[in-house]
Ligand binder design. Structure first.
Ligand code: AMP
Length: 304
């Protein structure tokens, strides 16, 4: 089963206390699509400018990502720059240049409208709604969001939530959205806004999955060296949605537990190098090895 991924495609400049790199492949859709491509064919919807390097397009193509939904617009690609502190959970956005993203309207090629699994990676909730308007009811819809949209586009986000099956957001965003201190209360409060399931990410401390009267806490892989945390959340969402897309039958809480672990596996690899570099060499054998490590760490039985 294919997964439709829509979001930003960017050229990023990233500074950590130890290194700085400019003009890297980035954007929520880039990370999510590459993450999902480990498990499912991907239909990518996004926009780039005429300055977007051909080698990045080739990278998507080499991962069997369908690019019929990738628009090239006159102008420059979306650019984002961020700086991490010594505590890499803390990041400051240094600059954002919307460029061609400013007038982006996601248009779905006809062949994409019936994609069974949808991942609305981080973009404005008005655009996420617009994508769903163009789709025949998919089997499962996952959405990601960020603090910016909770602050400036709350009505659009509240309109989106009843339309999605799973919302993914991080702990501070969950608190911002619900005004709850407790993440357990926040998870329940978000479910009351519409999504059947909610994942709250806690950076290097793992992720929480909420369903109706069901709860799963997934630890994070204990990495010694994190080189670039950018896109960890998007890679997590991509791995999760891609793995779900590859499963038959209805999406159950138990399947979602597995999907959360696979999302965590991919995210843990992605932060080992800048941009998407680690994804270029990652093999399915690596994924399976770390999945087995996660099972041991969690000390729970995953039904295969
Ligand atoms: P994350 O580390 O998960 O927050 O994702 C970082 C990625 O999100 C970077 O590659 C950025 O290019 C992209 N990004 C940053 N701000 C935005 C935004 N407002 N809308 C869409 N994507 C963004």
């Amino acid at each position: 089963m294919s997964v439709l991924v829509v979001g930003s495609i960017a050229l990023d400049t990233v500074k950590t206390p130890f290194e700085e790199h400019a003009d890297l492949l980035g954007g929520s859709a880039s990370y999510a699509a590459i993450g999902a491509s480990f498990f499912s064919p991907v239909n990518l919807v996004g926009v780039v400018g005429t300055d977007f390097p051909a080698q990045h397009v080739e990278f998507f193509r080499s991962r069997q990502i369908d690019l019929a939904g990738l628009q090239t617009a006159e102008g420059k690609t979306f650019r984002w720059s961020g700086e991490y502190m010594l505590d890499m959970n803390v990041r400051e956005t240094r600059s954002v240049e919307l460029n061609v993203f400013e007038h982006f309207t996601p248009a779905l090629p006809d062949g994409y409208r019936e994609t069974p699994c949808v991942l609305l990676a981080n973009i404005g909730p008005n655009l996420q709604n617009h994508v769903l308007d163009q789709m025949t009811r998919p089997k499962f819809i996952v959405a990601d969001t960020m603090d910016l949209w909770i602050n400036i586009a709350r009505p659009d986000l509240l309109r989106l939530l009843p339309r999605v099956d799973l919302l993914i957001l991080n702990d501070s965003e969950a608190r911002l959205l619900t005004q709850q201190t407790s993440l357990i209360k926040a998870g329940a409060a978000i479910r009351a806004l519409g999504p059947k399931y909610v994942v709250i990410k806690k950076g290097e401390h793992g992720a929480l999955l909420f369903g109706q009267d069901q709860f799963f806490s997934c630890g994070a892989y204990p990495l010694e060296d994190i080189h670039d945390p950018t896109g960890a959340g998007d890679t997590f969402a991509g791995g999760l949605a891609g793995w779900l897309g590859a499963q038959d039958g209805p999406v159950t809480f138990d399947l979602l537990r597995h999907a959360v672990v696979f999302g965590s596996v991919l995210a843990s690899y992605n932060v080992e190098a800048f941009s998407l570099e680690r994804m270029r060499t990652l093999t399915m054998q690596d994924v399976d090895t770390r999945y087995a490590d996660f099972r041991l760490m969690q000390q729970f039985e995953l039904i295969d």
